[in-house]
Design a protein around this ligand. Structure first.
Ligand code: ATP
Ligand code: MG
Length: 312
């Protein structure tokens, strides 16, 4: 992979924005205007970004691409139901603490436990297990922090995040306050499985990522599957667009377009006729009822095998 551009080609604010877009593109991410703008502002303003949108539209990938584009390490906190501070911030290494207490107990005068000194000792950094949020704050080199699928956690967890996101610091009662050594770029992603709190939203820049326009999606597919014929890639994206227009439980995402492109390349398909479509549509449609609807409304409208005369 070519090294990320480090400086803007020209000068002034617009050049900075273009440099961000180019650096993302060089890192394999084709950002639209709003994604490029928010990524640029996040770095300039030092504010976290909340990225929302349907599944598979490139929310997580944006954070990964920003990490590659800026040469910063990516620290990822994958959220899930029941995620707590011990797994997100830090926890004490109880086993190690216990071992130290036992070891010290044997060395005191006449076998007496060593007492207060040990207690102070075992709440030092050596006994701290660092989890992603603390790791990002404590890191000397600037990082990209991805808090992925924040909507899977509960509101208490969100409240705890507020201190981290607004002050870039974490208080550890036994050790004191750990302040950020360098400003991380923070991205939070959400699939809208629940509404996030206003307090959290207020602290973030907001980016809504949607299914891309046809031209952009063709570019993305060709970036990931460069060997696929350009005309076939466009046709594929058009057909995926037709499928997305139906009222489905789960419309196909960019990830599915890419998978389908890989499959068509492997199968040596040179056009998307109804037979090819019916054989491969389970790559883009993954619900039983959706399959029936798509076969009827899209599959039937594609040309029969051997004919190359468009859709209608
Ligand atoms: N703008 C883009 N440029 C290049 N690749 C992209 C772009 N958008 C999406 N992709 C590709 O689409 C795929 C899905 O992206 P990603 O996993 O980031 O989706 P997501 O929005 O996080 O989905 P989910 O909500 O299911 O986690 C990835 O393989 C990614 O590389
Ligand atoms: Mg994701």
């Amino acid at each position: 992979m070519s090294p990320p551009p480090t400086a803007a080609a020209g000068s002034g604010p617009a050049a900075g924005l273009e440099a961000t877009r180019d650096a993302l593109a060089a890192s394999g991410y084709l950002a639209d205007d709003s994604a490029a703008l928010v990524s640029h502002l996040a770095q300039q303003l030092g504010k976290p970004v909340l990225v929302e949108g349907p599944a598979g539209v490139g929310k997580t990938e944006l954070a990964k691409a920003l990490s590659r584009a800026t040469g910063r390490e990516l620290i990822r906190l994958q959220c899930y139901e029941g995620l707590d501070e011990a797994k997100a911030l830090y926890e004490w290494n109880y086993r190690k603490q216990l071992l130290r207490i036992q070891a010290e107990a044997g060395t005191g005068p006449e076998g007496e436990p060593a007492g207060g000194e040990v207690m102070e000792d075992i709440f030092g950094e050596e006994f701290l297990l660092t989890r992603p949020l603390l790791a990002a704050i404590a890191s000397e080199a600037p990082v990209v922090l991805l808090i992925d699928e924040i909507d899977k956690t509960d509101q208490e967890f969100e409240a705890m995040l507020l201190e981290v996101l607004s002050d870039f610091q974490i208080s550890i009662p036994e050790l004191g306050v750990v302040e950020a050594q360098s400003m991380p770029i923070v991205l939070l992603t959400s699939n809208n499985s629940r509404e996030l709190t206003e307090a959290l939203k207020r602290r973030c820049l907001y980016l809504w990522l949607d299914y891309p326009a046809i031209d952009r999606e063709v570019e993305i597919v060709r970036l990931h599957v460069p060997d696929l014929d350009a005309g076939l890639a466009r046709r594929l994206v058009e057909v995926v667009g037709m499928v997305r227009e139906l009222d489905l439980k789960k419309p196909p995402s960019i990830a599915e377009s890419i998978d389908w492109a890989r499959a068509l390349l492997l199968l040596g398909a040179d056009q998307i006729d109804s037979e090819t479509f019916n054989r491969t549509m389970s790559i883009i449609v993954k619900h039983r009822t959706d399959l029936d609807l798509v076969a009827e409304r899209v599959g039937m409208r594609l040309p029969a095998a051997g004919r190359n005369d468009g859709t209608s």
